[in-house]
Ligand binder design. Structure first.
Ligand code: ADP
Ligand code: TYD
Length: 202
């Protein structure tokens, strides 16, 4: 049987990495074969593109094109073969991030992103997507506490992240069957319970 494709989204600092790790362990404990991956990245070439995307200043359309170039490679080399082999794939970000960051954050027209999505994905979508939702202020505080050096996206303004957050929420409202909004102000254990319930439905 074909595996399931699960994606995690949200503004930087919303808790994706924390819950990605938990979800992978949780699903492995159920006896499933899991592929843990991320975007941009997930393949040798994709990780090289990630390094450029997170550090190098570039035109906003170049940024969108490289995100989808990395995604094309990711789908072909990792995601599709794993799903066909019956494995479940859990990805820290996927195409909703392109709509939220390049579209909402940077202002690239949604139609442009749709063209790339149709080209690269030809209808392929995650089985379920979690949007970890948090006020921008709280996400900034959590990120500051980690002490990590901010990358090119994490250096963006509060207004940028407000637009990113709004775009995620708008997308969730239009695709409620696929996109589940998780209130990230809850404790980590309460969030795990919410994820467990949703996962049991796919
Ligand atoms: P992201 O991957 O979305 O950038 P992280 O998972 O790295 O976010 O979380 C950012 C910081 O917030 C980490 O230090 C993490 O331990 C902390 N964190 C994550 N979820 C919660 C939560 N529900 N409550 C409090 N702190 C949290
Ligand atoms: P992220 O996955 O948040 O990594 P980390 O948790 O290690 O900081 O970083 C990836 C960045 O790439 C993030 O800021 C969002 C951005 N991004 C886009 O702008 N568009 C996309 O399509 C994707 C997949 C990511």
């Amino acid at each position: 049987m074909r595996g399931k494709f699960i994606t995690l989204e949200g503004i930087d600092g919303a808790g994706k990495s924390t819950h990605h790790a938990w979800l992978v362990d949780h699903l492995k404990n159920q006896g499933r074969e899991i592929v843990a991956t991320r975007e941009p990245g997930g393949t040798g070439l994709g990780e090289k593109l990630r390094a450029l995307l997170l550090s190098e200043p570039m035109h906003l359309e170049t940024e969108a094109l490289l995100m989808f170039a990395a995604r094309r490679e990711h789908m072909d080399k990792l995601i599709q073969p794993a799903l066909e082999a019956g494995k479940w794939v859990v990805s820290d970000r996927f195409t909703d991030a392109s709509y939220a960051y390049q579209g909402g954050g940077r202002g690239l027209a949604r139609e442009r992103i749709q063209v790339l999505e149709r080209w690269v994905q030809a209808g392929f979508q995650p089985d379920i997507t979690f949007v970890f939702d948090l006020p921008v202020e709280v996400a900034f505080e959590r990120l500051a506490k980690t002490g990590n050096v901010p990358d090119r996206f994490e250096q963006e303004t509060r207004e940028f992240f407000e637009r990113v957050r709004k775009t995620y929420l708008r997308r969730a409202a239009t695709e409620p069957d696929r996109i589940k909004v998780v209130d990230s102000r809850q404790s980590i254990t309460d969030i795990q319970k919410v994820l467990e319930i949703h996962i049991s439905t796919i």
